[in-house]
Design a protein around this ligand. Structure first.
Ligand SMILES: N[C@@H](CCC[C@H](NC(=O)CCC(=O)O)C(=O)O)C(=O)O
Length: 348
């Protein structure tokens, strides 16, 4: 493959791969990897992995998810003002393009490399393709360190916040909306938790030297069956992003204490990960990047690798703050920077 990293990123972005619909992109990646004789390739569902086996002392996993959030109001894939625009430019097809090119190019890296391209990261934890791949093939998860190509402003972002989604469910009594005194409005019961959320001041917690900013937000409201019926049930979905020094049990306790006696059901949860910067091979990546280390506010699969005892960090082009937004875009020079850094780290 002689195509450049930006051109390949554009090509991969043109293959829509919203979570759950990654087959075409996985096919494309699998076919490309199979063309490299130095790689052993495996596929599980829409997750594809490949590895060198040179018998070296050190092995690193370089991984990236191939799905995106839905397209929403983001415009078409295009280059303008020195930036690559469109869904997946930041999160994270620019990094995936870089990984694919390097997987093909580096037949003699200085460490053995396992490349992982996986599906369904942007959705609830139980669908995550990397998790399913690990369950089916744990022998592929042996390494001294892992790098996730998540957007990290071209430097290393250590660890990640945990995430928890809870539903606050309220109940009332249905009635004609012209005679509301005959019923009890379940949506109105959500006023108190919403007010708590609007006034809540999240913490910033320093963990192993990095400051993790927490957040707590309503992300969905559901209730009501018609324009003239007092609703008898309503649900408020809340997303809590918590620092990696809190466990999922700690996080749940924080929410139960804040919301008091409401009906609160945990519907999705993933623990965070501490920074994991203290091993030499990771330090070499930090040095090669030439940038300051920062914390990761979103959740990433560094948490999965850390839980497996494999120190992991985020390293990819672009600003995570633009991921999932209608303005999703990344500077071309940043794609080239991270591609070069990763190349140097794996070869020099
Ligand atoms: N199972 C989790 C998956 C959420 C993944 C997503 N990660 C990112 O956006 C990483 C990019 C960044 O923060 O820089 C997220 O945090 O929402 C879930 O469903 O929450």
């Amino acid at each position: 493959m002689s195509v450049g990293v930006v051109a390949l990123a554009q090509e991969l972005m043109e293959i829509s791969s919203v979570s759950g619909d990654e087959q075409h992109l996985a096919d494309r990646i699998e076919a490309t990897l199979h063309s490299a004789p130095h790689l052993e390739v495996i596929r599980h569902g829409n997750t594809v992995a490949a590895r060198t086996s040179r018998g070296l002392d050190t092995r690193v996993i370089v991984a990236g998810h191939i799905d995106t959030v839905p397209h929403g109001g983001v415009g078409p894939v295009r280059i303008a003002d020195g930036r690559l625009h469109g869904r997946g430019s930041v999160d994270m097809k620019s990094a995936v393009a870089s990984h694919l090119i390097l997987a093909l190019l580096l037949d003699s890296p200085r460490v053995d490399v396992t490349w992982m391209f996986y599906d369904q990261e942007e959705v609830e934890a139980e669908r995550n393709g990397l998790g399913h791949f690990h369950t089916a093939h744990p022998e592929w998860f042996v390494a001294d360190a892992a790098v996730l190509g998540e957007p990290s402003l071209g430097g290393v972002e250590g660890g990640c916040n945990g995430t928890m989604r809870v539903e606050i469910r309220s109940h009332g009594v249905a009635a004609h909306s012209a005679r509301p005194w005959r019923g009890d409005n379940a949506i109105h019961h959500l006023a108190a938790p919403l007010q708590l959320l609007a006034g809540f001041e999240p913490e910033t917690r320093v963990v192993d030297g990095l400051a993790y900013r927490e957040s707590l937000n309503a992300v969905k409201v559901h209730g009501g069956i018609a324009g003239n019926v007092i609703p008898d049930s309503a649900t408020l979905t809340v997303n809590y992003r918590f620092a990696p020094d809190r466990s999922v049990n700690d996080a749940e306790a924080v929410l139960r204490e804040l919301f008091g006696g409401v009906e609160l059901v945990v519907v999705d949860q993933s623990p965070g990960a501490r920074p994991g910067l203290d091993i030499p091979i990771v330090g070499e990546l930090v040095t090669a990047s030439g940038r300051e280390v920062g914390p990761k506010y979103g959740w990433t699969d560094v948490a999965r690798f850390s839980a497996l005892g494999i120190p992991a960090v985020n390293f990819g082009p672009g600003d995570g703050g633009l991921a999932h937004s209608d303005d999703e875009s990344v500077e071309i020079s940043e794609i080239e920077h991270t591609h070069q850094v990763l190349h140097n780290w794996l070869t020099e």
